[in-house]
Design a protein around this ligand. Structure first.
Ligand code: SF4
Ligand code: SF4
Length: 289
């Protein structure tokens, strides 16, 4: 008897068996890279990797936080690997990506939260793959003064930081994080460099109410956030937060419509939307509009 709820029909995931999927996998292994696609057991891995879209996760596989929805291991992380920026950049160049998303674990153990490492990765990608636009999905740099400035100065094209859920659910779903800190981080990015696009995302189906989601959208717009993603939360294992309910495709369409009306430039709101899902197409489409 599996206590993880049965998924509805609209959550369909194709098995990964495309030849390019295996090529992408081999490249990640060869460069000793960690991907959030695997770490988060992302349901889109078959589709994304078949198109060489992999989201690399830097600064190790062990996180100093323990978010209730996340499949990444919690513990004392290892020292930073100085060779990582070069290996990430080489992989990006080999994949031939138009747009890449780089994320990381949270490194509360480091004095700068890993900001300088993020900047080094951005710099290395710019050198190895000058035509690739760079999106970073960062931790909140809580209690790391000066860290954000270092990352922004490296000039990513898109700065993404997920609010993940509504403020009421932070104590249970995102303990260790602070809603207003995350919001302020996004606001600060825009203040520091208005040419950087900002982006955030939420998971739904964790027990939030519709009006709470609409309020978060308003908060994000007040912080001048440009792009929004909304996707269904899926429970990675029985040890993680349970799914409260499966939000229907119609409800996602309603959220998408509301988000567009509120002025987000790019909105992705479907059951299988993830922060990095189709990020390349969305961003390239925006730039050529
Ligand atoms: Fe990886 Fe993002 Fe695609 Fe999931 S949606 S497989 S995390 S690139
Ligand atoms: Fe997972 Fe990020 Fe939370 Fe760490 S900070 S547990 S990687 S969601």
């Amino acid at each position: 008897d599996n206590p993880i709820q049965r998924k509805p029909d609209w959550i369909r995931v194709r098995a990964p068996n495309h030849p390019v999927y295996h090529e992408t996998r081999a490249l990640m292994r060869e460069h000793k890279l960690v991907t959030v696609c695997e770490e988060a057991a992302c349901p889109n891995i078959g589709e994304c990797w078949s198109q060489r879209h992999a989201t690399m996760m830097i600064m190790g596989e062990i996180c100093t936080r323990a978010c209730a929805f996340c499949n990444v291991r919690t513990g004392q992380p290892e020292a930073l690997d100085a060779g990582e920026p070069g290996r990430v950049a080489e992989a990006v160049a080999k994949l031939g990506l138009r747009h890449v998303v780089i994320t990381s674990v949270d490194r509360d153990d480091l004095r700068d939260g890993g900001a300088a490492h993020f900047a080094a990765v951005i710099g290395a990608i710019r050198t190895a793959a000058p035509g690739t636009t760079i999106e970073i999905l960062t931790p909140d740099f809580l209690r790391k003064p000066g860290a954000l400035e270092v990352v922004v100065a490296a000039r990513p094209d898109v700065f993404n930081h997920n609010l993940e859920t509504v403020p009421r659910l932070y104590p249970t779903i995102r303990p260790g994080a602070r809603y207003f800190q995350s919001l302020r981080l996004l606001d600060d990015v825009k203040q520091l460099d208005p040419t950087i696009f900002t982006k955030s995302g939420l998971m739904v189906g964790l027990g939030e109410q519709r009006l709470e989601i609409l309020q978060v959208m308003d908060d994000l717009r007040v912080a001048d956030v440009d792009f929004l993603t909304l996707g269904q939360y899926l429970q990675p294992s029985v040890k993680h937060a349970a799914v409260d309910r499966f939000v229907t495709p119609d409800e996602f369409a309603d959220y998408a419509g509301m988000a567009r009306a509120k002025g987000f430039l790019q909105v992705s709101a479907t059951p299988l939307t993830r922060s990095s899902y189709h990020a390349d197409e969305d961003f390239v489409a925006l730039r050529t509009e």
